[in-house]
Each structure stands twice: as C-alpha cells, then as structure tokens.
Design a protein around this ligand. Structure first.
Ligand code: PLP
Length: 417
C-alpha cells in the first residue's frame, strides 16, 4: 500500500509510516478505537471514491449508480441480518451524523429530548451544550445514581412523565455496564416518547451477541462503525419498518448529501466479518480482558466506576491514587500505553483535568492480548500511578511495555500495510 504516495509525496508518506510505527509499538487502549483490517483500508480507498451518488437504490439523483445500488442493497441486507433489524441506513458519515439523521427524521425545532449527561458518560450529540443540536432542541439531561453509579432509571422515569419528551436517547461513551433497554422502552412507551439507542461504543459486542441488543426495544438504533464494530470511520442507523421512510428522508436529504461509497464498501465488508466466528471470539475476549482489567486494577488499589465492566470500557476513579486523569494519561502516554482522561460521575475536576481515565480493551484484544498480558498492563499502570513524575520509573515501565507488545504484531508480516 501507498507505493505511489511514497514517490509523489514523501513527506506525507513519512507521516503515515510514523503513525504506523506509533500504533505498532504502543499499547492502544482508547475505548473508542479499534485496529482497521487491511481489507477496510483497501476498500476505503477503492474506485467507489470516484462515484457521486445521492438518494436511495432505484431513486438516485445521478446516472451510473446501478453498481452503487447493488452495493448499498447488499450492505443493508447484511446489516439487517446481523442485527435482526427491519430497516438499515448505511449512509451516515459517522456516529454523530447518524444521530443528526434521526433528529432530522423525527424532531421539530424546540422539541424536547431526554439524553444522558455528558459528564455522566453520555455523548456530545445527546444534548451537550457545546454541540449545536442543543440550540435547536430542548435537551433535558438525566444521569447516574450517585451510590450505584448506574443509570438512575427512577429519575429517568420521573423526567419522562413530568417533561413529556418526544424522544428519549439512551447509550453513552463512557458507560461500562449493561443498559436495561426493556426498562427504558417501557418508560418511553408510557410517556408517549420515541426511543433512540446510540450503541456507538458497543455495536460490535451486540453484533457478536456477547451483550444484549437494543434492536428489539428501540424505535431507532444509531451507531458509529469504528469502535467495537471494528469497521471504517462511519455511521449507520437501524430502525423499525414503520419509521423507515421518515428515517431515510431524515438522512437524505435531511442531514447529508452524497454517499461516501468507498466507506460504504468497507462497511459492507465489515458486516460480513462481524458475522464470523473469528469476530465473535475476539469480542468474547474483549469482555474477558475488560473484566480481568477490573480485577487487576482493583487489586492494585484503583477504584472502578459502576462496580465493574460488562463491555470493553473500564472507567477508573483515580482519586484513591491522588492523581488526576490528565497526569495519569500523560504519564501512561510516555510509557507507551494510550488511554484518555475522562470525567467520572460527579467529578470535581475540570473536563481538561478530570479525576478519571477511560480504558478500552478492543484494540489489544484484536492484537491477541489475553488475561496474562492484562495482568502485566495493570501492573504497569499501578507502577505509573505510584510515581507519575519519576522519570526512572517511567523509563523502566516504558521498556517493559515495549517488550510486552513486541510479541503481538499489529498486522501479520505478510500483509503489513
Ligand atoms: C463516538 C460516539 C459517537 C460519535 O461517533 P463519531 O463516529 O465519532 O461521530 C456518537 N455517540 C456515541 C455514544 C459515541 O460514543
């Protein structure tokens, strides 16, 4: 790959090589990341890049879309089969755009929406004040119970009945436990609201049936395709047949224009891969690694939010270690373990500092790391937390991290990009 770029733009080629080297030698534990398969990279740059198409199969705005029609139909069929969904739309450019598509489909300006608070693990597009959606819709936040650090379903129910939202949004970016979709669907039904579940983080675990699916419970299910689903950087939406026409209009022309057919091609491949035994085995390991990480970190005196993890996310409260999320993130980055600082529920620190880090097990599981390696990673994390500014300790940890990851190549040698 990149044999032409190497000659026409050596400077840029050098940066790509540098990034490959960074990924190869670091232990990537950003919870929203996965490692792209070589096929995804091939397809993301394939000839579909050149084709402009708007609309839907059989009703395009541009001629020459017959092959694109076949591809989109194949992808929709695979998505429906994978998730047992009645309707699929693969056009959204990202998880964020997928959410905008649903909002465009069902909301009018000023309509009320219940979404999980950003600082309790929700997402910017669920009503975060910095996101422009919050100017158009009346977002009401719900949050976690302070004791259990689980979704406060009683508060959610009370808010739904008192404030009568048109839409309830469930799902988040930093929620390590299972969500009771049945319960939220019941609340939505009794309050006359539609339910949208944003499964951006957990779509791969759901596809592999490692955790319960929101699809039977929700009117709409949105997702990013990049996170546990291990696909290209894109989005998708599933919905009930009764909402199909409205949804498709909300996506095009409601919230986007021409399709990124090259990325769609990569999504089509991703759905086939996500239905395989190999993918299921990886997703099972993701959860085992996450649980192992919870156990090991707890043993080393860290506290995890929500009492554990049922998915790929471990949210760590660093206050027992007397360090901030920012300091820990930076020290781990130096060591070669990539995580991100993250607000914990009821955090007293600023978002730029935080009292926590969010750790994810998807990319390391794809690389073949299992429980014994998780034990070693947790030990490194404990050594770093105890001396985050001690250069000698960090240098020793960095050497150990390099040795650990060297046994797990990012890509098999025969197809290294
Ligand atoms: C990551 C994420 C998104 C946004 O996905 P992008 O593909 O980055 O736009 C939306 N919702 C949730 C819950 C997410 O975690």
């Amino acid at each position: 790959m990149l044999s032409k770029t190497r000659i026409s733009d050596p400077e840029l080629y050098g940066l790509v090589c540098e990034e490959l080297d960074r990924q190869e030698h670091n232990i990537e534990m950003i919870a929203s990341e996965s490692t792209a398969a070589v096929e995804l990279m091939e397809l993301s740059g394939c000839v579909f890049t050149s084709k402009t198409t708007e609309g839907y199969p059989g009703a395009r705005f541009q001629a020459g879309s017959q092959v694109a029609d076949k591809m989109e139909q194949l992808g929709n069929a695979r998505a429906r089969a994978l998730y047992g969904a009645e309707h699929a739309n693969l056009q959204p450019y990202s998880g964020s755009t997928a959410n905008y598509g649903v909002y465009a489909a069902v909301l009018e300006p000023g309509d009320r929406v219940l979404g999980m608070r950003l600082d309790h693990g929700g997402h910017l597009t669920h009503g975060g004040s910095a996101n422009f959606m919050s100017k158009f819709y009346d977002f009401i936040p719900y949050g976690l119970n302070r004791e259990t650090e689980l979704i406060d379903y009683e508060e959610l129910e009370r808010l739904a009945h008192e404030r009568r939202p048109k839409l309830i949004v469930a799902g988040g970016s930093a929620y390590p436990r299972l969500i009771d979709y049945g319960r939220i669907a019941g609340i939505a039904r009794s309050a006359g609201a539609l339910l949208m579940v944003d499964m951006a983080h957990i779509a791969g675990l759901v596809a592999a049936k490692v955790i319960p699916s929101p699809v039977p419970h929700a009117d709409f299910v949105t997702s990013s395709t990049t996170k546990t689903l291990c696909g290209p950087r894109g989005g998708m939406i599933l919905c009930r047949a009764e909402h199909a026409k409205a949804l498709d209009r909300g996506v095009f022309p409601g919230s986007l224009s021409s399709i990124h057919l090259n990325i769609m091609a990569a999504k089509v491949w991703m759905f086939q891969y996500a239905a395989s035994d190999a993918f299921r085995a990886t997703m099972e390991q993701v959860v085992r690694n996450s649980r192992a990480l919870v156990g090991e970190l707890t043993r080393h005196g860290f506290r995890v939010i929500g009492g554990g993890s049922d998915n790929h996310i471990v949210l760590v409260d660093l206050r027992s270690k007397k360090i901030t999320g920012k300091l820990f993130q930076d020290a781990l980055e130096y060591v070669g373990i990539t995580v991100n600082k993250n607000m914990i529920p009821f955090d007293a620190e600023k978002p730029s500092v935080t009292s926590g880090v969010r750790i994810g097990t998807t990319a390391v599981s794809q690389r073949g790391l299992k429980e014994p390696e998780i034990v070693r990673i947790a030990e490194l994390m404990a050594r770093v937390a105890d001396a985050p500014e001690d250069r000698a300790v960090l240098d020793a940890c960095r050497a150990d991290a390099r040795v650990l990851i060297a046994d797990f190549p990012l890509y098999p040698a025969e197809c290294a990009p």
